[in-house]
Design a protein around this ligand. Structure first.
Ligand SMILES: [Zn+2]
Ligand SMILES: [Zn+2]
Length: 338
């Protein structure tokens, strides 16, 4: 089984935080946070059309310029999701440059900020020199008891956020695949059917919840010919598809360790396959971590254990521990293992 999401940290554990999630087959990626991101290169940056911001401290937002630079002049819409104030920060970034020669540029930046059950959408069009345009705020799906609410609902997956206390709101995110669609290649082969992009459509129909009796025409490419053939979704599902549990990835940065934050984090990341959690401090410096509204490695490990995640990855280490990254990792993994 090939997983749908493949994840990598944008930088090493001492570098600016950020998580890049590539979606298999979709030529699409999700990016969590915009710290320094030269390492991704233009192709991967361009693929990330949905970008989730925890908060706009410099180490989480300085990479906006790099994304803007590679996206400028492309016909695309860049969507940013994040806490209140995000559109003002984007506007501030955009006002830092001169835009007199971009009239023909098709780029649109759309900012979605979430506050108290409402979503405010703000757009900036290159063709209008990125003048800020605010739409009316809309109510979002009500937050669950644990404070989490969906910020992006795609047929294939949902991204939920929860606002943590970092003396300002810092959003933690969880990405959940609705379910995983495995194509049984041997069975296709036995039935004399080729693989190809028609299977991508099958996956989409299943995620969209199309009924079993749904009929569709697929273009099949055999070695020396192509053929249009009609299928019934239910039959394809029964013969060539196996549905399994979807992947869950969680991303938590910049938050203080207190009862409320812990409860929100544990609820959000529960059962994740992969939990990316900040661990800037060793527990010996827990008082410093608390003063600066950050977690320690031990706290990250304890929460990962409570949330029963499969794998914990710690990152966003403070430069004070340069050369001691192994110590931070060990402390987190010891607490995780219990
Ligand atoms: Zn911060
Ligand atoms: Zn930070």
């Amino acid at each position: 089984m090939r997983p749908s999401f493949s994840c990598c940290l944008v930088n090493d554990t001492f570098g600016d935080p950020g998580l890049y999630v590539d979606i298999a087959w979709a030529r699409r990626a999700l990016l969590f946070d915009l710290g320094q991101n030269f390492s991704l290169g233009p192709t991967r940056l361009l693929r990330a059309q949905d970008i989730f911001i925890s908060h706009t401290h410099m180490d989480h937002f300085i990479g906006f310029d790099q994304v803007l630079r590679v996206a400028l002049g492309r016909g695309k819409t860049l969507r940013l999701y994040g806490p209140p104030g995000l559109s003002a920060n984007v506007d501030g970034k955009l006002r830092g440059y001169t835009w007199n020669l971009v009239d023909g540029y098709p780029l649109t930046i759309e900012v979605r900020e979430f506050d108290k059950g409402r979503m405010q959408v703000t757009t900036f069009h290159a063709a209008e020199a990125f003048t800020m345009r605010r739409a009316h705020a809309q109510p979002t799906t009500t937050a669950a008891d644990d404070g989490a609410f969906p910020v992006l609902e795609d047929p294939m997956f949902t991204v939920k956020a929860v606002a943590l206390n970092h003396r300002i709101p810092s959003f933690a995110y969880a990405l959940e695949e609705q379910f995983h669609v495995n194509i049984l290649r041997e069975r296709l082969h036995a039935a004399g059917l080729p693989v190809g992009s028609w299977l991508k459509d099958v996956k989409q129909y299943l995620w969209q919840g199309k009924p079993d009796e749904f009929r569709f025409t697929a273009t099949l490419y055999f070695e020396h010919r192509r053929e249009e053939r009609e299928f019934v979704l239910g039959e394809v599902r029964e013969r060539f598809v196996q549905i399994t549990r979807g992947q869950k990835i969680a991303y938590v940065v910049d938050a203080r360790y207190d009862e409320e934050n812990e409860a929100k984090i544990v609820a959000l990341v529960r059962g994740a396959d992969l939990f990316y959690c900040e661990a800037p401090y060793l527990d010996a410096d827990a008082d410093k971590a608390r003063d600066r509204y950050h977690l320690t490695a031990r706290q990250a490990g304890l929460m990962a254990r409570k949330a029963q995640v499969l794998k914990l990855v710690v990152f966003h280490f403070s430069p004070r521990y340069t050369g001691q990254g192994g110590l931070i990792e060990r402390e987190a993994m010891d607490a995780f293992a219990g």
